[in-house]
Write a new protein. Structure first.
Length: 210
């Protein structure tokens, strides 16, 4: 059994055999084991616009996520597993974790037995490159599809407004509709399966640690 923490109630982890999904209603901060975890703690207060919209900055405090990242990190260290956050997440510095190189490869993240790496979800089915940092502890570390993928731009925007505008706008924002944020944040099923496969290698000593 794998505990999937901070996931959507109707998302891609829901109903999977061998997966115990913890959505907002269950409050993943209270997870007390005993299974390895795949953690997707909320990232809004740790990213580029942690303070709020560029049109309304300074609405929030850095890292004000109600303790979600801290709880997710503790769960991965305690039970074994893997945590996912956007690349350049300010949570790494806040919690004393080493930032991984963009060239790829696992590097030691801390003195707690944790490892970290840079990987792009675009290699695993996401419409955008979606640079991501992983933190893993107490598991086998697989070789992933390392490096940076080709930039993905909307050809119509490039033709009409030029490269710089299309780069700033981003591919996901050109999809249209009201689910842009959901599509941007979505985890592709292939990447989900990768994270679950990592968590399933959690060693018994990590799962049973005091």
């Amino acid at each position: 059994m794998i505990a999937a923490l901070y996931v959507e109630p109707d998302g891609i982890y829901a109903g999977l055999p061998g997966v115990d999904a913890w959505d907002e209603a269950r409050d993943a901060r209270t997870y007390a084991g005993p299974h390895p975890v795949v953690a997707h703690p909320p990232c809004q207060r740790w990213g580029r616009f942690w303070h709020g919209s560029p049109l309304k900055p300074h609405q929030f405090n850095l890292g004000d996520d109600g303790g979600c990242f801290a709880a997710a990190l503790a769960a991965v260290r305690r039970w074994g597993g893997v945590l996912e956050h956007p690349a350049d997440s300010k949570a790494w510095e806040a919690f004393g974790l080493k930032a991984p190189p963009r060239s790829g490869g696992w590097v030691a993240a801390d003195f707690e037995g944790g490892w970290t790496c840079y990987v792009e979800q675009g290699f695993y089915g996401h419409i955008a490159r979606k640079p991501t940092w992983l933190y893993a502890c107490g598991v086998d570390l697989p070789s992933l599809r390392w490096g940076r993928g080709e930039q993905r731009l909307h050809p119509g925007l490039v033709e009409r407004y030029g490269y710089e505008y299309a780069r700033r706008k981003g591919l996901v924002s050109c999809i249209g509709g009201k689910d842009k944020t959901k599509k941007r944040n979505a985890t592709p099923s292939e990447f989900r399966d990768l994270l679950l496969s990592i968590a399933r290698t959690a060693r018994k000593e990590a799962q049973n640690a005091a």
